[in-house]
Design a protein around this ligand. Structure first.
Ligand code: F6P
Length: 518
């Protein structure tokens, strides 16, 4: 593949970016798309007919259709790890799954649903015969962010038979706070780690095991209280989890794309087996749209193209995620991993330095809270950004006045970003013309959430294709992990010889100050 900036469409887009876009009539009709339960409005993007045509040409010249077919068919799209990326197979009917995903998908899903139902109904109990009341999920990154987002989104404000707690950070405050007040006889630990080697998860799981054993004192009892979800079965067994309590993960599903696999167990436990099935069905509906819709009506492709236009041509270095729904408060965190770990890359598929910038910085927070914090910068600051507003038409409560104010604020913010305010006082002036997309869900059902997350997954994939990078590896995270190992020992007293001056000095300072140094 030639580098993106060598494509004729890229050059055309560079030229188009230097002229104001022509404001067409019928923008709302032209630039909105509706699927059952999910509506998307691109009409506040700085896109016109010519820009859209050139963006669609770019997708074609970059080989989008072939790349999409390769993704779904199980081709080796993750070239540096020589793996397919088959998260879509986890929600596809058996007949449409590539053979590598074969029967294991159905068998695993059936186990997840069965186990979740058994815990929820009290059929699976703790060692002393008491029912389980609390789930402690231990995992980080892709083994944490999706499940926590989905559990919170689908259980907020609803009566649930199980309380779900998430521990990711190696900071002991996280697990200590979580365990305080829990009854070990009624607690189920779910240890999730594809590699079963991630330091944070290992340290947290070991502390959870010690906490349990100190209180219950029986290794046999532990078996009723720990399940593992991993591709590394021997390591989970060595930790003390019995084989029958280990749910599989596979090389062909990347961590940040894994909530559709057994990693979604907490969703089935806490929101219920039907909710998990609904989530899968919603994602599948988005897969079908992505596969079947014409490029100019294809939501994920258009989101990707709008993102590339904003970032590479209009200089919007920030991608702001603004869910106007408290239940989606964790969406920005989830998208930070999905987008930045996937596409924060500086070499192309063949290992050459990329010739165009890739991946804006993703951040955000729930509306309306952000309006009283960082929106000042969005309206009057000098950093360029594009924003996604996510609105949900129907709430799960009956406080209609709250809901109307919430939605009115979401719409008003995107309107302010579009129109600005031409005040004679420069301190009060708001420039406007900031590109935003608004996504409206009818309701935050499992299906709508599944479709929303799959929409972003496919957007990320499309952008990887257009930038000609590998969206499915994450080598950049390894260096820091490696460097932490000797520093850990140096904090315990080992010599810092060979360290850079700052690190050696900081280690010495912390050791001098820390109560438990040595
Ligand atoms: O360090 C990054 C990362 O490898 C992510 O890609 C992954 O989601 C996370 O760590 C957790 O990995 P694991 O599931 O193997 O514990």
């Amino acid at each position: 593949m030639p580098s993106p900036d060598q494509l004729a469409a890229w050059q055309r887009l560079s030229a188009l970016a230097t002229r104001p876009h022509t404001d067409q009539t019928d923008r709302f009709a032209r630039y909105t798309i509706e699927l059952p339960g999910l509506f998307i409005d691109f009409s506040k993007q700085r896109i016109d007919h010519d820009v859209l045509a050139a963006l669609l040409d770019l997708a074609e010249q970059a080989g989008f259709a072939t790349a999409r077919a390769r993704l779904f068919s199980g081709a080796t799209v993750n070239v540096t790890e020589q793996r397919p990326a088959l998260h879509t197979a986890l929600r596809a009917p058996a007949a449409e799954r590539p053979s590598i995903a074969g029967d294991v998908v159905d068998a695993t899903l059936a186990r997840v649903l069965r186990f979740a139902a058994a815990v929820r109904t009290g059929e699976h109990r703790g060692h002393s015969g008491k029912t389980i009341t609390d789930i402690v999920h231990i995992g980080i990154g892709g083994s944490h962010l999706g499940p926590e987002l989905a559990v919170e989104a689908l259980t907020a404000g609803r009566a649930a038979p199980l309380r779900c707690h998430f521990v990711a950070n190696v900071d002991g405050h996280a697990i200590a706070t979580t365990l305080r007040g829990l009854d070990p006889a009624r607690t189920l630990f779910v240890v999730v780690s594809k590699s079963f080697a991630t330091l944070e998860t290992q340290v947290n799981a070991a502390s959870a095991r010690s906490w349990f054993l100190e209180r219950v004192g029986s290794l046999t009892a532990l078996r009723q209280h720990f399940v593992g979800i991993t591709a590394n079965v021997p390591a989970a067994q060595a930790f003390g989890i019995e084989e029958h309590a280990i749910f599989p993960m596979w090389d062909w599903v990347g961590g940040r794309f894994s909530l559709w696999s057994a990693v979604g167990l907490p969703i089935a436990l806490c929101a219920g087996p039907d909710a998990f099935l609904g989530l899968l069905a919603g994602a599948r509906a988005m897969d079908e749209h992505f596969l079947g819709a014409a490029p100019d009506r294809n939501m994920p492709l258009l989101m990707a193209l709008a993102g590339i236009w904003n970032y590479d041509f209009l200089g919007a270095t920030n991608q702001v995620v603004l869910p106007y729904d408290q239940r989606l408060r964790l969406l920005p965190d989830y998208l930070q991993q999905l987008e930045m770990e996937s596409n924060g890359k500086r070499v192309s598929l063949d290992g050459q330095p990329v010739s165009v910038p890739t991946m804006p910085i993703v951040w955000g927070g729930e509306g309306t809270n952000g309006q009283h914090a960082f929106h000042q910068l969005l309206h009057q600051g000098t950093s360029r950004f594009a924003a996604d507003f996510i609105l949900v038409a129907n709430a799960d409560h009956t406080l209609e006045e709250h809901q109307r104010w919430l939605l009115a604020n979401g719409l008003a913010q995107s309107q302010a970003m579009l129109l600005g305010h031409d005040d004679p006082d420069p301190h009060r002036r708001v420039t406007g013309n900031k590109p935003t997309t608004t996504i409206v869900l009818d309701a935050l059902t499992p299906g709508a959430l599944g479709a929303l997350l799959a929409l972003y997954e496919h957007k990320v994939f499309c952008q990887g294709v257009l930038w000609n990078i590998n969206s499915f590896d994450q080598w950049g995270v390894e260096l820091g992990k490696r460097l932490a190992l000797p520093i850990h020992d140096q904090l315990r007293g080992q010599s810092t010889a060979g360290q850079d001056a700052s690190t050696a000095g900081l280690v010495a300072h912390i050791r001098a100050r820390a109560r438990n140094a040595h």
